[in-house]
Design a binder for this molecule. Sequence first.
Ligand code: KDG
Length: 339
Amino acid sequence: FLGLTALSASAATEMPPLPDVTGDKVQADGDFKIKFSIGTTESGAQYRGLEYFEKIVEQRSDGNIQVDLFPVAQLGDDREATSALQAGTLEMTMPSTSPLVNMFPQFAVFDLPFLFPQPEMADAVLDGEIGQQMLEDASSQGLVAIGWGENGYRQLTNSQHPVEKPEDLDGLKIRTMENDLHLDIWRTLGANPTPMSFAELFTALEQGVVDGQENPWITIESSKFNEVQDYATETNHVYTPFITLVSARFWDRLPEDYQALVRDAATKMGDYQREVSRTLNDQIKQDLKDSGMQITELSPEQVKVFQDQLEPVYEDWRDQIGGELIDDIREQVQQAQEQ
Ligand code: KDG
């Protein structure tokens, strides 16, 4: 290919330095260890957020809480890590909400296609009453949900050909998260979706078990999917949040002052992840182009074709998710758009 070796994307884009820790030291009795597991790699925005969390908690607890980070699903994929929290064998994880809808059906609202036209609208919902209520509701079944983070807008990649319109997806094998609404989206568009955990994804792409997948630019780059996927389409079809979960067994042993510290650090981590992911998004898209990926950017009219084809998904899932919740969010989004 022109005799050029593709530049590694991560070589081009650097993570911003971690912010300084603010806030007083917190005194409480006991020494604690937090093993914090995620599925994405050390070079992603999610991990950068975790590093900030570690720095805040360790500095402000004066080393009494030690945080150890485990990326790339070393301690299990999203569902396995969540089960480990319930069993009390792992202290923290930060999965996408999508593979957890079997436990928390309302999370499926975030899987609805093209729900949030701007990331700030997702922030308003997650940080507002709806998001806070969801954290409370998810603080059950052996888990304590203490904050949101940003996974981001998902983009389609594949190994076969450029995708500009739904017909181009005909028969393409697309990996989705383990979530029925995502399966519905890709079936409705004419693709052939297969659910799979993130931990299995690179190998599945490499071996051609699936032709494509969808994830934010930053994940495509940090997981090196561009090395096994030549084509991408900037679809922005779903905005997925991350949710910060703690094992209830661990939480109940933590002195209240430390609980407050961990909660505060989780909020700061989430805000920082949003900032990193948004700052780097376009830059990383450019790095991916520079590395040889062919990226199709859709016009608003082309996006509308996908959107219109997916509108029935809203009706199909209305009862299961709750019509009132969907209407509330759509109304908030509408109001924000009019401002
Ligand atoms: O750390 C999070 C990952 O495990 C996963 O949730 C990323 O969006 C993701 C996916 O596609 O599974």
